[in-house]
Design a protein around this ligand. Sequence first.
Ligand code: MN
Ligand code: MN
Length: 294
Amino acid sequence: MSTESILNRALGAYLGFAIGDALGATVEFMSPQQIQKRYGVHQEMIGGGWLGLEAGQVTDDTQMSLAIGQAIIDHQGWNIQAVADNFVAWLESDPPDIGNTCRRGIMRYRDKGELFGLPRDDDAGNGACMRNLPVVLATLNRPDSFNKWSLQQSHITHNHPLSDAATLALGKIVNLLIAGQDMDVCKQEAEQLVKQYGEFAYHPYQGKASAYIVDTVQTVLHYFFNTDSFESCLIATVNQGADADTTGALAGMLAGAKYGVEQIPKYWLTQLDQQVTEQIHQQTQGLVRFAQLS
Ligand code: MN
Ligand code: MN
C-alpha cells in the first residue's frame, strides 16, 4: 500500500467525519418522520438545527477530535495530560455543544487533576468513541499503542465496557479500510464486536440512532454495510435522525476511509468550514507521518 493511498484514505476518513458532523447537526434530535416532513431528504449542509449553526459548521465531535490530534502532533507522541488540557481549553472556549458526560469528565480533570473516572453505568454514551480517529491515524502500525491510547483518551470522560469495545472495534475497522481491506474483512471485525457484546447486533436493524453507544454503532454499521458510496451512506445515516451529527460523523469516517477523498461530493467539501478543512489536512499529514516514522 503506497503512502499516497494511505494518506488519501486517511484524509477521506477525517474529512468524511467532519462532513457527517456538519450535515447531521441540522437534524440532530429529530425523528425520521420530522426530517421527511421538513426537508424531504436532508442532504444539504445548511447549518441551523437546535444549535443554530452556520452552514458547514461542525460541532463537538469534530472539535474534540481536533483537540486529540493536536495533542499528538504537538508532543510527537502520546501525552494524556496534553489531551486532557486541550479538552479543558476547548470546554472554556464556549463551544456550540458539549455532552453531559464529556463535561463532567473534563471538569473533574480540571478541578481535581484526575485523568479518568470510575466505571459508571451512565457512561455508555458515544462521546469517547466519536473522537478517536486521530488515535487511529497516529497508530496505524502499532496495535498496542492503539489500544492503550484509545482507552486512555476515552476514560477521561467515559468509562464503560460497551464504550470501550465500540471505540476499539470502530477504530480497527477504520485501520483495515485505510490499509485497503475489503468489506468482508470489516464485517468480520464487526462480528467480533457482536460476539463480545450481543447488544451490538445490527441485523435486523432496529432503527434506533441515539447517543447510547449501542444505538449509534448499530446505525453506523447498518448504513455503512448496506450502501455503496460515500454520498448514499451519509444521506441514509443522517436521515435516521436522533444523534445524527455523531452517527453521520462516524459513518462519514468509515465511508471516507473506504471510498477515498475523491469520492466525497465536491458540494460537501466546499461547504465545510474551511478553517476546519485546513486543520484536518494538516493533522492528517502530521498523524500519518508520525505513524510511519514510529
Ligand atoms: Mn455533536
Ligand atoms: Mn451528537
